[in-house]
Design a protein around this ligand. Sequence first.
Ligand code: UTP
Length: 297
Amino acid sequence: MKIKKVTKAIFPVAGMGTRFLPATKSIPKEIMTLVDRPLIQYAIDEARAAGIKEFIFVTARGKSALEDYFDHSPELENTLRKAGKTDLLEILKDTNMDSGAIAYVRQNRALGLGHAVWCAQRLVGNEPFAVLLPDDVIAAEKPCLQQMMEAYAETGGNMVAAMEVSPAKASSYGVLDIDEDMGSVVRAKGMVEKPKPGEAPSNLAVIGRYILTPKVMSNLNKMKQGAGGEIQLTDAIAEETNDGSVYGFRFVGQRYDCGSKAGFLQATVAFALSRPDLRDEFSTYLHDMIALQKAAQ
Ligand code: UTP
């Protein structure tokens, strides 16, 4: 079986980010920073590490800060160069994308994740593609999408990142119905988006990293509404379970749901503690805060 290399990735960033209002009234959620890097930068770095060459953003009104972020900034760069601040210039390099490597399509109405992915159909063409949701940030020694690409090189088909969740949490996710469990890879015989309590087919939930075939894109043409009245990506992938070509991948790493306030705060603490320049001062502060809280109870 010849497995086609994946070089294109879709970043759906057209959601309204209502859980972060009022901040997201004027700032795209994906520009919010973990320590000093916007969420979107983590997703781009992960995609680059996995061999992605073409970056497709599905955007919406009010997201122009995102487009500016990836542009060159000649004035700022000149000022830094004149001041000899080569370390900062180096940091900025990561934010510049090659001409032609980045494309933007608009989703006119937030009709759901499946619809957002469908908006990139013409740019993807008849090729397999990756999807990364920037509000899922994954701390991992080997970036999550790279782990998936390695597994995909063996399986082909469709692959979704999966993690174990408690039964109480399953109804917030797409959940895999497992046909065959091969360890880090499982073959799915079904997928259910946001199952009702007690009806989840397993405890293996899908999170925001996908490698998908063009078949999934054509399934989205049907514009079928699913859970919550939205056009769900999960439903379009689930159709492919019929021929046994959907795999869940248990990645190694810690996933943070930065679309929620609690997850965003947890990620902020974890990433700050992993930074050599901040670790000591910040952990002392955290210890002191916790001690103060305990004393006050
Ligand atoms: P979420 O539902 O988590 O994001 O969608 P949201 O809608 O922006 O946030 P809340 O729930 O209102 O706080 C997951 C991902 O799918 C994208 C979002 O931008 C996010 O990256 N998305 C969702 C779209 O691009 N379009 C949509 O119609 C829906």
